[in-house]
Design a protein around this ligand. Structure first.
Ligand SMILES: [Fe+2]
Length: 302
């Protein structure tokens, strides 16, 4: 009885709420880092029309825009260095996306108050559906991706919990897994030394999702994935956050990299939980002293 009532509610929300529509079963997916598709109602929102995105690009300024050529191989170990585009007049370049073979990221849109509110709305709406305490979602960030037909996002992993909301256009999102613990460790080490999570080989595919307007996916931290656009311009929003799970893991990794630079061979996160907790405690204190832990802010690439 309760279940059918809830299902009706969810169905009714699908076209009217901008956030991912998830129920309490999503909590397990979050804890187990399991890729999960969801519907959302953000397509058609005036805050994310092509024109609004173009204007937001101007408001944020060149320092918050990343631009690349659209057509790239699915594996690109040089972190995109060979395909960088010059940002001249970002709003005009975004308006011309249908024909100019470009791929734009608007970084940290939460710098703008309107879009900070949007990031909170999306994450807190998702949290309410999942039964998740919104206070556990820290370092909330938002990214808008605007790309030409045929664009490719090379295989990579992120350290954040990410929610990709497709707004316009169709894309195929592939997920993979690391071939071994050693392979994962090698890629994590490369992440903290400038790879931004870009993989140098395409992992075995474990899942593929077709995403169109109104569809989205939860992309767990440390999970390889890649994206290929269809034959139309793609607009999407990604919102990210850290909770204790990935914040602790990333802090231990950052700590371990410091030890490696001193010639030591630290234990991998998860192998020695008591030691992990000591490292996290140290890094939290260090981070408070230095205001934040040094490391890549985000790979922000979908
Ligand atoms: Fe990503």
């Amino acid at each position: 009885m309760r279940d059918s009532a809830r299902a009706t509610d969810v169905g009714g929300l699908m076209n009217s709420t901008p956030w991912p529509v998830v129920d309490h079963s999503f909590l397990a997916a979050l804890q187990q880092r399991r890729p999960t598709p969801f519907p959302h109602g953000l397509s058609g929102d005036p805050r994310l029309s092509l024109e609004s995105i173009a204007r937001l690009g101007d408001e944020l300024g060149a320092g918050s825009i990343s631009a690349e050529q659209a057509q790239k191989p699915l594996v690109s170990a040089d972190a995109g260095a060979g395909t960088t585009l010059e940002v001249v007049a970002v709003s005009d370049q975004i308006r011309a996306l249908a024909a100019n073979d470009s791929w734009f990221t608007l970084l940290n849109i939460e710098q703008s108050e309107t879009y900070r509110d949007l990031v909170d709305q999306v994450l807190e709406g998702m949290a309410a559906g999942a039964g998740l305490d919104p206070r556990t979602m820290k370092r909330r960030m938002g990214f808008v991706f605007a790309s030409s037909p045929g664009s490719v996002t090379a295989a990579h992993f992120d350290i954040e919990h990410s929610f990709l909301l497709q707004l316009e256009g169709h894309r195929r999102l592939g997920f993979g897994r690391f071939s071994s613990t050693e392979d994962r460790e090698r890629e994590v080490h490369r992440y903290w030394n400038g790879s931004f999570g870009r993989l140098d080989t395409l992992p075995e595919q474990t899942l593929e999702l077709e995403l169109g307007p109104g569809q989205g996916a939860y992309i767990p931290p440390y999970t390889p994935h890649w994206i290929a656009n269809g034959d139309a311009t793609s607009l999407s929003l990604t919102v990210t956050f850290f909770n204790r799970d990935n914040a602790d893991e990333s802090m231990v990794q950052a700590f371990n990299e410091r030890l490696r630079r001193r010639g030591l061979s630290p234990r991998t996160y998860g192998e020695a939980p008591v030691r992990d907790r000591a490292k996290v405690t140290f890094m939290r204190a260090y981070g408070a002293a230095k205001r934040r832990v040094k490391g890549p802010e985000t790979s922000a690439s979908h």
